[in-house]
Design a protein around this ligand. Structure first.
Ligand code: NDP
Length: 471
């Protein structure tokens, strides 16, 4: 059993003053593997005070100095990639491809921001006015459990690039991953107080951070409901906010699509991170003419998506993170049947042959209408809905008929048509034909998927504000 009782504040690990613990589990076995001490408002105050002390000097460091710091952080993460991988596997249970991506992304996030900073023009002239982009103030970051290491690194990378000190409140369910990462990043030797990590529940530590008067900027990733609470809390002191929230992405299969290519893509986009992904394409929009063939091919394609524990390298879908998440996915599968959708493959319960662990059966629903709750709400598991459409206009209408707008997908063969359809989709990102992830492209959503953008120069500017000198 691992006991995590410390926070990382002012350049050192120090005991939490909290009195409650939260249990940590291995989701593949349901065994308790540790505890984390839940810090409260007092620890948040201490961490914010440390960040506030560090801010004046850090915000005036040169971009060149911060590029070197980012490279040191990247090296520290890379040197500890094996330990990070192991912690993600044990505490989160993600299959190897996701774990590898996350462990590499941790270091790459710092290198990406170093590259952005190296070419970023911080000052510009407008007539005789000199405009300088200045750090927005001490930042607070709140991260979810579904890519804890990645989110800590990407938010810290932007803060360091911008010259803002930061206090991070990660998900309490990811405390072992946070601990391994914090120990690694400590080795980068950043000035004390530049980054601080406080473990605690969202209700206590998270809300204290979102409301703290000395925080100038909140970068939050999590559910839309919690994002609304953070937005409200931040408003009291007019904090700047970046909110990366939920999604219900559509994958539009155009009628000229090559199904040999498209069907594996549909499953990969839908089952990203075992379906526990805000960017998952969970609504598969298929022309009526191709419906029967796509259904048959998707059902057959599931054979390529074995469910199993992280240590089994054949696994492509891991367990849900918690009992609560498992229950949520089960209840949506039951709801789909009640709403009149047809289970093409999968259903309630664990996959055959698996007795323990929060594993679910990858499930494909068909005969789904876009008005059903399984097509409108985030399930956050490997459960996909196939929705037929009449023509291109109908597909665009259905794709946009959602409260969310994070990431959509368009698949077909005619590049002019793909772009034409993509340009009409209301989301922060549209992926055409399985294009590769671009870590410097803006990331974020429209509508209730969030406010603002992360990554690259857009992410950097979300931590800066212009100051105009009228000369
Ligand atoms: P939650 O919104 O439940 O939690 C996210 C974080 O907010 C956690 O650290 C949580 O703390 C904290 N929190 C909870 N309540 C409050 C509060 N009142 N004030 C401040 N902080 C609070 O999301 P999940 O962790 O369940 O993550 C899944 C959700 O995140 C999904 O909806 C998913 O779509 C979204 N997400 C969005 C992404 C994006 O970039 N758009 C990326 C990844 C996920 P704790 O858990 O410790 O209690």
């Amino acid at each position: 059993m691992r006991e995590i009782t410390e926070n990382y504040i002012d350049g050192q690990f120090c005991p939490s003053t909290g009195t409650e613990n939260a249990p940590l589990f291995n989701p593949a076995t349901e065994e308790q593997i540790g505890n984390v001490r839940l810090s409260a408002g007092r620890d948040v105050d201490t961490a914010v005070a440390a960040a506030k002390r560090a801010f004046p000097a850090f915000s005036n460091t040169s971009p060149g100095d911060r590029v070197l710091m980012l490279r040191r952080l990247a090296a520290a993460a890379a040197d500890n990639a094996d330990a990070i991988r192991k912690a993600i596997q044990e505490e989160y249970g993600a299959p190897a491809p996701f774990v590898d991506f996350t462990a590499n992304h941790a270091g790459n996030a710092f290198l990406d921001m170093a590259a952005v900073l190296e070419t970023y023009a911080r000052t510009r002239n407008i007539g005789t006015t000199e405009v300088e982009m200045r750090p927005v103030g001490v930042a607070g970051a709140i991260t979810p459990w579904n890519a804890n290491v990645g989110f800590i690194c990407s938010k810290l990378a932007v803060a360091v690039a911008a010259g803002t000190s930061i206090v991070i409140k990660p998900s309490e369910m990811s405390a072992m991953q946070t601990q391994v990462l914090a120990e690694a990043l400590h080795g980068a030797g950043l000035p004390s107080g530049v980054f601080n990590i406080v473990n605690g529940s969202g209700a206590d530590a998270g809300s204290a951070l979102a409301a703290h008067p000395d925080i100038g900027k909140i970068s939050f990733t999590g559910s839309t409901t919690t994002g609304q609470a953070v937005y409200r809390a931040a408003a009291a002191t007019m904090k700047r906010v970046t909110l990366e929230l939920g999604g219900k992405g559509a994958q539009i299969v155009l009628d000229d699509a090559d199904l040999d290519v498209v069907v594996p893509n549909l499953l990969a986009n839908g089952f990203i991170n075992s379906g526990q992904a805000c960017i998952a394409g969970t609504r598969i929009l298929v022309p009526f003419r191709l419906l029967a063939e796509v259904e048959a091919r998707l059902a057959a394609g599931l054979a390529e998506w074995p469910v199993g524990p992280a240590f089994d390298t054949a696994s492509r879908i891991g367990p849900m993170v918690s009992r609560k998440q498992w229950d949520q996915v089960q209840s949506y599968i039951a709801l789909g049947r009640i709403e009149g959708a047809r289970v093409l493959v999968g259903g309630e319960g664990r996959p055959d042959g698996i007795e323990r662990g929060w594993f679910v059966r990858p499930t494909l629903f068909t005969d789904v209408s876009n008005s059903m709750r399984i097509a409108r709400e985030e399930i956050f598991g490997p459960v996909l809905s196939i929705i037929p459409y009449r023509d291109e206009e109908d597909a665009i209408r259905i794709a946009n008929d959602t409260d969310y707008g994070l990431q959509n997908y368009v698949l077909g063969t005619n590049s002019d048509r793909l772009r034409r359809v993509a340009r009409r989709l209301e989301s922060g990102r549209v992926v055409i034909n399985g294009a590769a992830h671009n870590p410097l492209a803006p990331f974020g959503g429209t509508k209730q998927s969030g406010v603002g953008r992360e990554y690259g120069v857009f992410g950097l500017e979300a931590f800066l504000e212009p100051r105009a000198l009228l000369i």
